[in-house]
Design a protein around this ligand. Structure first.
Ligand SMILES: NC(=O)c1ccc[n+]([C@@H]2O[C@H](COP(=O)([O-])OP(=O)(O)OC[C@H]3O[C@@H](n4cnc5c(N)ncnc54)[C@H](OP(=O)(O)O)[C@@H]3O)[C@@H](O)[C@H]2O)c1
Length: 289
């Protein structure tokens, strides 16, 4: 495909959510809640969902101040057998769907060899299988309406941060799925937009959830509300991938230019960070207790 053809596929004007029906998964807190409110403020009819009904009700109340037809559903998206029925319910209750934002996700901060089997399954189910299954279930509806599907990935998909190997693998998997979906839809002649937004560090409950090692990040966190501009930006540009903050986009090409050097740099940087925090480096697998 020539550069001109690629440019022609991009939307020429900023994305306007007014009047669009949007489902934001995992919108009981954090980025999903910020996105739901931000899109409702701009006139979208928003569907919010998650497991915590009380938190969803609070978000729905904020959303409905701007968009009274918005809806909430309590759902466990790890229940893969329930995904098709949930998708049908969303379309019925919202009267159609223009944009799916696959945002629900869980972190897992653990040294690579310490992940328990059950948590590997859980991370891959919620961060990978579930958004893929929900996307498949809603693809026909989104395609009919020339809609968009957005995946909330992570810079971890591209940058191999320490202490997050399985989480990084899950975000890399969903990024690869989005790229593959974009190609397959293009082959089929579909104009449905497919996008991945890769956040860096935004202030949410992700960093304080139990059953995770403490975060080693020393990046200044951004407000969760920054996700709104990032998602609208990537939808408007028609690009597949966007980063928030935007400067993270400079790093994957650096890694691609010297992958081994980049990974060695990550090791040296992390050892320095552990030293700064007064934390002993992890013990290698097989070292015993
Ligand atoms: N914050 C960051 O700096 C950052 C950076 C990179 C990527 N991300 C990504 O951003 C997304 C949102 O995370 P966040 O930072 O906003 O953290 P968060 O506040 O913990 O939000 C996670 C959301 O996912 C929902 N969720 C988790 N498991 C679910 C399940 N089984 N079924 C339904 N919903 C489920 C949670 O709702 P319930 O608990 O109510 O079910 C919650 O609404 C995640 O995909 C995360 O990987 C965040």
């Amino acid at each position: 495909m020539s550069e001109t053809e690629v440019e022609q596929r991009r939307e020429p004007t900023p994305f306007d959510p007014a009047g669009r029906r949007v489902l934001v998964t995992g919108s009981s807190s954090g980025l999903g809640a910020a996105l739901a409110v931000g899109l409702a403020e701009r006139g979208a009819v928003v569907g919010v969902c998650g497991r915590r009904t009380d938190r969803l009700e609070a978000v729905l109340e904020l959303v409905r101040r701007h968009s009274p037809d918005s809806r909430a559903w309590t759902v466990d998206l790890a229940d893969l057998d329930g995904i098709d029925a949930f998708a049908r319910r969303v379309v019925e209750d919202l009267g159609g769907l223009d944009v799916l934002v696959n945002n629900a996700g869980i972190p897992k901060r653990r040294w690579a060899w310490e992940h328990r089997p059950d948590e590997i399954t859980q991370v891959l189910r919620i961060n990978v299988e579930s958004p893929i299954r929900l996307t498949q279930a809603l693809l026909g509806e989104l395609d009919r309406r020339d809609g968009h599907v957005v995946f909330i990935g992570s810079v971890a998909a591209r940058l191999s941060p320490p202490n997050e190997a399985v989480y990084s693998a899950s975000k890399a998997a969903v990024t690869a799925y989005a790229e593959g979906l974009r190609v397959d839809l293009g082959v089929a002649g579909s104009s449905l937009g497919v996008h991945v937004v890769q956040p860096g560090v935004l202030t949410t409950e992700l960093f304080t959830l139990p059953d995770n090692d403490p975060s080693l990040s020393d990046v200044e966190p951004l407000d969760a509300g920054e996700i709104v501009g990032a998602v609208l930006g990537v939808l408007g540009s028609g690009r597949v991938e966007g980063f928030v903050p935007g400067w993270f986009a400079d790093l994957p090409p650096v890694k691609a230019g010297d992958p081994d050097g980049f990974l060695e740099g990550a090791v040296a940087y992390t050892r320095g960070r552990l030293d700064e925090l007064g934390v002993d480096p992890p013990r290698p697998p097989g070292a015993g207790d």
